[in-house]
Design a protein around this ligand. Structure first.
Ligand code: ADP
Length: 373
């Protein structure tokens, strides 16, 4: 019988599960926040993912519940599990992606390398951390941040004064400012029954806190780095009981250490390259994993793949024309569109190019993406 996967959240990650689902004979149902979202190509209900009644009614019709984002409240997730629903990833794992302080505490317990950190609830505690770390640090809101929102580099406690006011009574996460050489991301797929498949570690480049480009596999990574990244990913997946595809964002330091920045428990922007550069895309792999089906190979199908995000550009720009121009100009580029209306800074699609060399892949991907500047 056809399996039904229910995805909470109607964004592009849900949308990109639709093509592999149809190949595998899986039905996707989406609970979208509103009408007309990216994932509207699948059977879509609309409703509030924070409302237990809404989510329960949605879940009643599917075999497994999974996610396009990590914002479904713990009490809603736990009620579904108590109802006997299969929820992947489950609430125990998701709490570590929902709260960066909870994540830091857990990673410390299991001995995974990460930046120095502390939870601070008053300016004098923050100043003490700054004094211990050369006068500079990164403060983060533990919950609700994304794409660099909720992250601030500071050189004095005053620079976070407004946060202490608006989050009165809650702790703020402070981290050492890591002097990284570059950022990497490690994805791992894990089934409820335990099978795990790591993807090759990739390099990610952020612009203004948003992922801009990904190079896969990470160029010039030493064998030790590749192995260590996979080991960190697998250890976290196992110890935190993650199910589905998940990503670990890493800093590679100038002295070749890997430190965990954060976790994403769902398909991730750093894995979009797999759609055209790996045997099994992260979206297919996620569906297999949450249904506890055998996982596919994560091997690359080309020497190198480059992924570039397309941001909205000026509101009202003729986005469809630009997509057509990019396709005409770069036939080797695989263009993915999210069906979103453009807005400055909004991710509306991405380009993948798989090639014999990372330079060629990056050149063609950039040339295609340039049609959106
Ligand atoms: P978000 O959850 O919004 O994606 P992140 O925690 O990933 O936020 O931080 C966004 C970016 O800020 C990172 O990709 C990195 O470039 C920079 N950053 C975050 N933490 C640190 C740190 N401790 N040291 C140096 N740079 C950091």
């Amino acid at each position: 019988m056809t399996k039904r996967v229910g995805v909470i959240g109607g964004g592009q990650l849900a949308r990109m599960m639709i093509a592999p689902a149809s190949e595998l004979g899986i039905e996707i149902r989406v609970l979208a926040e509103q009408n007309g979202m990216s994932a509207k190509l699948a059977a879509t209900a609309t409703g509030d993912y924070r409302d237990l009644g809404t989510v329960r009614a949605f879940a009643a019709d599917v075999d497994v519940v999974t996610f396009d984002h990590e914002h479904v409240p713990q009490q809603v997730l736990r009620a579904l599990v108590d109802d006997g629903m299969a929820v992947h990833p489950g609430p125990d794992a998701l709490q570590y992606a929902q709260d960066k302080l909870v994540m830091r505490q857990k990673l410390a317990e299991i001995g995974v390398p990460q930046p120095d950190w502390a939870g601070v609830s008053a300016p004098d505690e923050l100043q003490a951390f700054l004094d211990d770390h050369g006068g500079r640090a990164v403060v983060k809101t533990p919950r609700g941040g994304y794409d660099g929102k909720g992250v601030r580099m500071i050189a004095s406690a005053e620079e976070a004064a407004d946060w202490f006011e608006s989050f009165a009574g809650e702790r703020i996460l402070v981290e050492e400012l890591v002097d990284f050489r570059r950022e990497l991301a490690q994805q791992v797929a894990r089934r409820p029954s335990g099978e795990m498949v790591p993807y090759p570690v990739v390099e990610t480049v952020q612009k203004h806190g948003v992922c801009a480009e990904v190079f896969a596999p990470a160029p010039r990574a030493s064998e030790r780095t590749v192995e260590l990244a996979a080991r960190i990913g697998v250890t976290i997946a196992e110890q935190l009981g993650v199910t589905g595809v998940f990503a670990v964002e890493l800093f590679e330091t100038t002295d070749e250490r890997l430190l965990v920045n954060e976790l994403a428990m769902r398909p991730h922007n750093s894995g979009h390259w797999t759609q055209d550069g790996a045997v099994t895309s992260q979206f297919e792999q996620h569906l297999r994993a949450v249904l506890d089906l055998p996982l596919g190979s994560a091997d690359p199908v080309a020497e190198a793949t480059c992924m570039i995000n397309i941001l909205g550009g000026p509101a009202g720009a003729e986005i469809d024309d630009r997509f057509a121009r990019a396709m005409r100009a770069q036939p080797s580029a695989k263009i993915h569109t999210y069906g979103k209306s453009p807005r400055p800074g909004r991710k509306v699609g991405h380009v993948n190019v798989a090639s014999d060399s990372i330079d060629d892949a990056a050149y063609a991907a950039r040339a295609a993406a340039a049609h959106f500047d």
